[in-house]
Ligand binder design. Structure first.
Ligand code: ADP
Ligand code: MG
Length: 333
């Protein structure tokens, strides 16, 4: 008899981790379906790397369970390790070897020899656009090339599950989008991917589902579209040609305390759930007072809006707070 029931590729329940009094994971639950890209989206310090480190058997939680490809990572870490690969935020390649040498070394560690090894290495060099650089030392590679090589190395053994911890942090836009295509291609071929990121656009481009993580808890889960629509609506940005026009337009909108006036940018920003109606009525008012609107744009919610709505603190405020803590530490040192 065949069973139609398939376990999710990743199952996490009640994960807790504390360092002294600091609760880093406060009961994390989520699952990832086979072949899915699931993104853990959250600011610095949210607990993303800690979660990935537990799943990849590098550290142990204080409580909770985790399974990867059906294998309990806490009870059977060695068995679990043969089912997944990890690519971290910091590329872990050997800079003094060439790209090809790095891949050959990893292939040998995975018991690939002779022609099979050569074929796999060539395949990966080709797929990751590293053919031309294959025989150069990694020390001379760009950040994007290193990240691609790191990804290729983690795929030597064709893992079922891939953990990508902030794979594009620090990359230039072109390398980012190249990596995005590669990751999307891996998922299309059936690899299950857990991807952590701080960037909503990255989650939006790649993820089937997103778990927003903050302070060691998953605070929201859904498809990128669901999250954005639940979290906040669109904004309409009206632009003006002169400071006087912005002031007069803002005065017209006095009845709406949610208007955000930017005198430097010469814009008025209006939250909206019905953009057509709001644009029509605002334009009728400005026209009646002879105020010229020079541009209109409808913009979706940003990562900052998501965090602001879900957690009450914006990402920008957090970054500022982080920086002031860092500055104080540096002064104290
Ligand atoms: N070994 C550790 N000892 C003490 N605190 C830690 C340790 N590792 C992580 N933390 C803390 O746990 C929190 C979550 O860290 P991390 O999982 O790296 O977050 P993220 O990857 O989302 O930026 C942070 O506040 C971090 O300082
Ligand atoms: Mg991290």
């Amino acid at each position: 008899m065949t069973t139609t029931h398939q376990r999710p590729a990743i199952e996490v329940a009640g994960l807790r981790k504390e360092y002294g009094k600091h609760v880093v994971l406060d009961g994390v639950d989520f699952h990832v379906v086979r072949g899915e890209i699931y993104s853990l989206l959250g600011p610095n310090g949210a607990g993303k790397t800690t979660t990935v480190n537990i799943l990849s058997t590098l550290i142990k939680p204080d409580a909770g369970t985790a399974r990867v490809a059906g294998v309990d990572v806490l009870r059977r870490p060695a068995a679990a390790r043969s089912r997944f690969a990890l690519t971290g935020q910091y590329a872990s390649v050997d800079a003094f070897q060439t790209g090809r040498e790095n891949l050959v070394m990893m292939a040998s560690l995975n018991h690939l020899d002779g022609a099979a090894r050569r074929t796999r290495v060539d395949e990966l060099l080709d797929a990751f656009d590293l053919g031309e650089a294959a025989n150069r030392k990694v020390a001379g590679y760009s950040g994007g090339m290193r990240r691609r090589l790191d990804l290729a190395i983690s795929l030597v053994a064709s893992p079922e599950v891939l953990f990508l911890d902030e794979p594009t942090t620090g990359l230039d836009p072109r390398s980012r989008s190249q990596l995005w295509s590669l990751v999307a291609g891996l998922a299309a071929n059936g690899t299950t991917i857990l991807l952590t990121t701080q960037y909503l656009d990255e989650a939006e481009r790649l993820a089937d589902r997103v778990g927003v993580i903050d302070g060691g808890r998953i605070v929201a889960t859904g498809t990128p579209d669901q999250l954005k629509s639940e979290v906040s609506g669109d904004h309409i940005v009206f632009s003006f040609g002169a400071p006087g026009d912005v002031e007069r337009a803002a005065a017209l909108g006095r009845g709406r305390p949610d208007l955000d006036v930017d005198a430097d940018a010469l814009t008025v920003r209006m939250p909206s759930t019905d953009a057509v109606a709001d644009i029509r009525s605002f334009l009728a008012q400005t026209a009646a007072h002879d105020i010229q609107v020079t541009d209109i744009a409808i913009v979706g919610p940003t990562l900052d809006d998501v965090f602001l709505t879900l957690t009450g603190t914006s990402a920008a405020q957090r970054a500022a707070a982080d920086k002031s803590i860092t500055d104080k530490k540096e002064k104290a040192a």
